[in-house]
Design a protein around this ligand. Structure first.
Ligand code: SF4
Length: 187
C-alpha cells in the first residue's frame, strides 16, 4: 500500500508544473460522468474495498445497487457516471481514488464536444506510472473500476488473489468479455 502511495506521489511531483494550468473546478465532475473507462489495478481495488467497508450500511447498500446498474449500462455500451460520484459532485473515496482519477485534468473546461486536453508530458508520465502500478500488482489484473470491484467480491477470486496465487482461468470468461488485462503480460 505504501508503494502504491509512493507511485501516486512521484507522479504528482513530476507533473505538478503542468497541472498548474488546469481549468478543473471542484464543482465539475465531468471526468467522473463522461470520461469513459476508469481503469484500476486489483491492488487499487483492494484499497477501495477497504474504504467501502467503512461506509454506513445504507450507503453500502446503495453503492451495491449503483455498481450493478453501472455494470449493466456499460455492458450495453451506455455511458454511466461513477458510482462514487455524489450529488454535490464530490468523490466518496477521494483520499483513496485510483490513479486514473489522479492523472486526469484538463487545460480547458470540458464538454461532450470538447473533451479534456492534457499535456503530452503528463500522458507520458502517466504511462510510466501505470506500468509501475501493474508491476507492483504482478499477480493481479487491470480494468474498469466497477469490473475489478466486482471481481474482488467473488470469494474464490479474492482468496486466490490475496494468497498471491495466479489463476487467470478463474476469471477468463468475465475477463475476456470486459477487457480485463493481466498485469503480468503488460511489461
Ligand atoms: S472514484 Fe471519485 S474521482 Fe474517480 S471517477 Fe469516481 S467519483 Fe470521480
Amino acid at each position: 500500500m505504501q508503494a502504491l502511495a509512493d507511485i501516486y506521489k512521484q507522479f504528482e511531483t513530476k507533473t505538478s508544473d503542468y497541472k498548474k494550468d488546469a481549468a478543473c473546478e471542484k464543482s465539475c465532475g465531468f471526468c467522473c460522468k463522461e470520461a469513459g473507462k476508469i481503469d484500476i489495478t486489483t491492488l487499487e481495488g483492494m484499497v477501495i474495498r477497504k474504504a467501502m467497508k467503512g461506509f454506513s450500511r445504507p450507503r453500502q447498500k446503495t453503492l451495491t445497487k449503483l455498481f450493478q446498474q453501472e455494470i449493466k449500462k456499460r455492458e450495453n455500451k451506455v455511458m454511466a457516471a461513477c458510482p462514487f460520484l455524489m450529488k454535490n459532485t464530490a468523490c466518496m473515496i477521494y483520499d483513496v481514488r485510483p490513479f486514473s482519477c489522479r492523472r486526469i485534468y484538463s487545460n480547458h473546461i470540458c464538454s461532450s464536444k470538447n473533451p479534456a486536453v492534457v499535456n503530452r508530458q503528463v500522458m507520458e508520465a502517466a504511462g510510466q506510472s501505470i506500468k509501475q502500478l501493474q508491476q507492483l500488482d504482478i499477480n493481479g489484473y487491470s480494468g474498469h473500476l466497477s469490473y475489478i470491484v466486482y471481481m474482488l467480491s467473488i470469494p474464490a477470486f479474492l482468496n486466490t488473489y490475496t494468497q498471491n496465487e495466479f489463476k487467470p482461468e478463474e476469471i477468463m470468461e468475465f475477463g475476456k468479455a470486459h477487457e480485463i488485462v493481466i498485469n503480468k503480460l503488460m511489461g
